[in-house]
Ligand binder design. Structure first.
Ligand code: 7PJ
Length: 295
């Protein structure tokens, strides 16, 4: 189903509350990525000291990020799991440092209940979970912490997810999964006002799956929850353009712009300044008010 910009109108969302902060969802926002891991695919090992991570966070905020997403466990294909202790040691000091210094929404990218709890206690405002709160205690912990959650779809687990992913109907299957996870949230006491959805580009998906999902993004935004899209520097862009990870900026901007046009509210990106400029131009087009004689 394709909607014209006029059908779609402005973003149908108001403000989302993140503890003491708010996000105005009548426009799109950039979530800047801060990996405090030694092994992430595009920036692994660069921000492993607290000071390096803080200075990168300052830079992301200066470039216009509304949210900073802090991750202490790489989810790239083939990545090895880390222990709770290791993940806590990586993320908690960085969350605390950013919370004490910067006026920005802090997202904790984790699937572990203990990490959710400690990060939110240290100052994080939301949970970004690539497993959509399927780990033990994750649902109950997120409910108790009373912060917004991003529920992402992944088929399989990072170690094996790219070995022959398969769907009956990639759009329908992932929509069904996300709706099931929303129901699980409601049952656990997480209200719909705290839910965001993400189809999870690159997580157990072939290039064909990713492109089909992208084309059908309006069907995900029509579920009625703010949509988060993460494609920055991902291998789907590498496959389309035959470019290594450090040369995927232009492709990332193309897809970020298209995602906003198709209804995404939050774009998760490494290159914040460039992404902010790209999506602002899209929003200028989207929000233009035409008068009835067509002028
Ligand atoms: C995503 C994520 C994504 C959400 C990663 C990478 C891999 N969280 N965490 N959505 N990707 N919500 O940055 O390429 O697409 S890690």
């Amino acid at each position: 189903m394709t909607l014209t910009p006029r059908d779609r109108g402005a973003f149908p969302f108001g403000r989302m509350q993140f503890k003491n902060k708010q996000l105005d969802l009548s426009r799109a926002h950039v979530m800047g990525i801060l990996n405090v891991t030694p092994d992430s695919f595009s920036d692994g090992g660069r921000f492993t000291t607290v000071e390096a991570a803080l200075s990168q966070a300052r830079r992301l905020v200066g470039e216009g990020a509304s949210i900073i997403d802090i991750g202490g466990e790489s989810t790239r294909p083939g990545a090895q799991p880390v222990s709770v202790q290791q993940e806590l040691a990586r993320v908690v000091p960085v969350v605390a440092g950013i919370a004490s210094e910067l006026d920005v929404i802090i997202s904790i990218d984790t699937s572990k209940a203990e990490v959710m709890r400690e990060a939110v206690t240290a100052g994080a405002h939301m949970i970004n979970d690539v497993l959509a709160l399927r780990e033990p205690n994750a649902l109950a912990t997120a409910a108790e912490l009373q912060v917004p959650v991003c529920l992402m779809h992944m088929q399989g687990e990072p170690r094996t997810m790219q070995t022959r992913p398969m769907y009956q109907d990639v759009v329908g299957d992932i929509r069904d999964f996300l709706q099931e996870r929303v129901q699980a949230c409601l049952a656990a006491g997480i209200p719909t006002s705290r839910v965001m959805l993400d189809p999870g580009f690159g997580f157990g998906k072939t290039l064909q799956h990713n492109l089909t999902l992208f084309k059908h993004l309006p069907e995900f935004s029509q579920l009625g929850y703010p949509l988060l899209v993460g494609v920055s520097r991902k291998s789907m862009i590498g496959s389309i353009l035959d470019m290594p990870v450090e040369q995927r900026l232009y492709g990332s901007l193309g897809l970020a712009s298209l995602a906003v046009w198709l209804g995404a509210s939050i774009i998760r990106a490494h290159d914040v300044a460039a992404t902010v400029q790209a999506i602002r131009t899209v929003e200028a087009v989207r929000s233009i008010q035409e008068d009835d004689n067509g002028a």
